[in-house]
Design a protein around this ligand. Sequence first.
Ligand SMILES: *[C@@H]1O[C@H](CO)[C@@H](O)[C@H](O)[C@H]1NC(C)=O
Length: 333
Amino acid sequence: MNKKIIFLFCTVISLFTVHAQTINILDSSRKVSLRGLSVVDDNVFWASGSSGTVVRSTDGGQTLEWLTVKGYEQRDFRDIEAMNANFAYIMAVDKPGLILRTMDGGKNWNKVYEDTATGVFLDAMAFNKNGVTVAVGDPLSDMKAYVIYRKNKDAEFFRLQKEQMFAQGEAFFASSGTNVQFIPGTDEFVTVSGGRISRFHHLKMNIILPLKQGTESTGANSISVWDNENMYVVGGDFSNDKDATGNACFTTDGGKTWQLPTQGPHGYRSCVMYISKNKLISCGTNGVDISEDGGLTWKNISTLGFHVCQVSKNGNSIFLAGPRGRIAKLNFE
Ligand SMILES: *[C@@H]1O[C@H](CO)[C@@H](O)[C@H](O)[C@H]1NC(C)=O
């Protein structure tokens, strides 16, 4: 080959590889469903799920430490929030409502919240930099959103009494622990609901989302908040994950109005997250999508199913977790 051809050849190769993303499976050997994921930095991440399972890595996923939380082997830990390699909280769905904390890397767990009241069912939780914590659950017979709140990491949780009324058949999904999020730099949180009706809730705002809704399996599953104006929501119908109608929407005015993407993700999606202002990742049981234009158009990069995807706080490392104990890292080439 002459030099020109070699140059052309290399240029073509690099054009094709610059934006390539590959999903690198780290483990898929356990019969558990993982829906909780918290990525602290490029090295430390935690995941959680069914059968009392917690997974921890401190080396970017090269080694995974699988733990079963003693005394809670039957519980499904649908959400986890980790501060570092030692300190993490896990939240169990179903009754009783339960949040546990470890301060020694998962060896010992202490109860920090329990509610045995009838009908309590926690769905997701969120932390902010100040240690403010919020967890949401399905409405009880009073039809108010069930929201518990903590002012800092040493305070007790208490139930907020002034929360919005939920509509009949409106609830939170517990699919990825991401339907409640703080607005960065504030102690204010937003939530998205689904079911008979799917809404965005923030303080006094209750806005109906332009997503598929009306039945128990439809509506919003996840919200990612870039700032107080730009937010992205995904969902759809988990009972028909190939259906891509009404599965994504976004706001650029803090939730007052919502727009549809021109090409949405390729199926029901349980989780969405901003990587940067214009770049997002979303996953569901039928695959993974990436957007590079702020969520206007999405490209499927895999048909492997995941429940949750999370980006490290510095935006460099992206991990996914899902059914059959599947844990993966997204690599950019
Ligand atoms: C994208 O989705 C289509 C349709 O399901 C599928 O045939 C294709 O293999 C997917 N692409 C990737 C990269 O997974």
